[in-house]
Ligand binder design. Structure first.
Ligand SMILES: [Zn+2]
Length: 314
């Protein structure tokens, strides 16, 4: 296997700086998507991964405001028009519901369901003029699972966030992503909310798979069907407002995929959902909860052997 020295230097290209943080984790996360296994089986190699990271900016394009919100899932979308791309967030629009519940919602945590929370989030998207979106995959037809790891595994994701053996690593990655925006009190507050919700996880998440049908009925053409196997070798967290990954072109060029999270969109959503000056605290808590659930999603879906890349505005 070719050995490549990981660069921790920043590469400045045009309007964005790409920062290579090396491997996501030095411990093994519980998820099954493994860059390590793909490299060991010869499907991909370290040199191609480094080339893909170096060329990353060429695959970032402007989002189209009317385009449906996409998931961070790196698999091929045969219907995707890469001239009209929506931002990528975990689980698409319904995925934001968990972050809102953990960070912001003032309702009793011992009540409520994910389906109701996600329907409210979809309604917010529509009122604000965002195009909600979600996805299935080509394995999910006729099954109860929808094929979106962020939705199907949401109970596992929440439980993963609570795991004592992973909590240190979870906090480390959340801190890496948020930098100076990391707020310890908000982190611990959201963790407390997650613990309460995790205690009634079966009730809260019951029927969550129906949210994709609900969204499809509510908004025409909002649901994609992704094809093929997971081959994500890179996780890109993108802070450059208004840009997103041309995911099909990226995977076709390099033969590997990226989980692409447009963190700028979560910040923008926080501003749009909670615009008042007296809601600054809720905005911070929402962003923290969204990043916390994203990191837990990566922990539940991958073994932590992907390369972590931040894309920052210059
Ligand atoms: Zn998904």
């Amino acid at each position: 296997m070719p050995k490549v020295t990981k660069s921790t230097k920043s590469t400045k290209i045009d309007h964005a700086t790409v920062i290579d943080y090396g491997t996501l984790s030095d411990i093994t996360w519980p998820g099954s998507v493994s860059a390590r296994n793909m490299i060991a089986s010869g499907k991909i190699n370290d040199i191609t991964i480094s080339h893909a990271i170096q060329a990353l900016n060429e695959f970032y394009v402007l989002v189209s405001p009317a385009a449906r919100t996409r998931c961070i899932d790196g698999r091929h979308d045969p219907e995707l028009d890469e001239k009209v791309l929506g931002a990528q967030v975990p689980g698409g629009a319904p995925g934001a519901a968990l972050a809102y519940r953990l960070g912001v919602d003032k309702d009793d945590l011992t009540r409520g369901t994910f389906v109701v929370d996600a329907e409210e989030m979809i309604a917010r998207y529509l009122r604000l003029g965002f195009a909600p979106g979600g996805h299935r995959d080509d394995h999910s037809a006729g099954k109860t699972a929808v094929g979106c790891g962020a939705i199907d595994g949401m109970d596992v994701i929440l439980a993963t966030m609570m795991r004592p053996d992973l909590v240190d690593d979870h906090k480390r990655v959340v801190k890496e992503l948020l930098g100076p925006l990391f707020n310890r009190d908000n982190y611990l507050r959201n963790m407390g909310a997650a613990a309460v919700l995790n205690g009634r996880s079966a009730d809260y998440f019951r029927g969550r798979e129906t949210i994709i049908d609900i969204l499809e009925k509510r908004v025409k053409n909002s649901i994609a069907t992704l094809k093929g196997e997971h081959q994500e070798a890179v996780v890109v967290v993108n802070f450059v407002p208004g840009t997103t990954l041309a995911s099909n072109r990226f995977s076709e060029t390099f033969g590997l995929q990226a989980f692409g999270y447009d963190l700028w969109r979560s910040m923008q959503m926080a501003e749009k959902i909670m615009p008042r000056s007296d809601q600054a605290e809720d905005r911070e808590r929402f962003i923290m909860a969204r990043v916390m659930s994203t990191v837990a999603t990566l922990m539940a879906l991958t073994d932590g052997s992907q390369r972590l890349v931040l894309r920052m505005p210059v």
